[in-house]
Ligand binder design. Sequence first.
Ligand code: KMH
Ligand code: ZN
Length: 310
Amino acid sequence: MAKPRKTIITCAVTGAIHTPSMSEYLPVSASEIAEAAIGAAEAGAAIVHLHARDPQDGRPDQTPEAFEPFLRVIKQRSDCVVNITTGGAPTMTIQERIRPAATWKPEVASLNMGTMNFGLFPMLARFENSLKHQWERDYLSNRDIVFRNTFGDIEHILTTLGANGTRFEFECYDTAHLYNLKHFFDAGIVKGPLFIQTVFGLMGGIGAHPEDVMHMKRTADRLFGDNYRWSVLGAGKNQMAIAAMSAAMGGHVRVGLEDSLWNGPGQLAKSNAEQVNRARQIIEGLGLEIASPDEAREILALKGADQVEF
Ligand code: KMH
Ligand code: ZN
């Protein structure tokens, strides 16, 4: 892992893990998502990772039309790097999941590096009494979710979006996902610097112990050497501790309400910007500097904001 001069904060604004009844602060409508993303960028996020939701009931919506209104507003009001999800929700097909990034050709798209179990059901007991929509209950109680990301799926996304100059946030939830990425790297299908987002603490993936973090870093160092840039995402209560570990070791960090609703024990984060501020304090407290959007573009070799279709 090359040592970065600046630390990139990615903010994942809203997403498929949490549902709207869990926090009144989770952005749902296009205008809420736009404001949250712009607020996160103003607080110091160089990259915003985006999902869309149906404004009626907050369920994940992976139609390109659902993304358009907030993509346009964000581009008008911020120079942050836009990263569009290809994960969507684990209950969607790959064809549905790829459409927004294929249509809007962002600088970055997420790419999930292996098929896995996805267990959201532990949250059901905690939030059972506050769920407002039947879809939330069905989604959270599902013990049979397979988040499909086969070698064929991954190659399809890489070649389809790669042809547009989109680069990737490679989401690696376990050691095997790093080896899967190594296959594509050795085949010349992906080129460095790879932006590897190691994900900790999601049920179905690796845990959130410091040894887990070190294991993923050591493995990525061994497989990719200087050809990758390391970032971390800790789910739920692990978010800031894992961000601090990464920052202290020269890695980048991802925060945001997609990955954690919290701003301390029992205290809901009132905005994405609150979490970005907290991550920024950690980074600056270590004597490091956060990367601007243009510095993130340079670190990750991105095509530039003028090359997108929104
Ligand atoms: N919330 C992350 C753990 C994606 O959008 O591609 C999963 C994620 C997937 O961000
Ligand atoms: Zn996501």
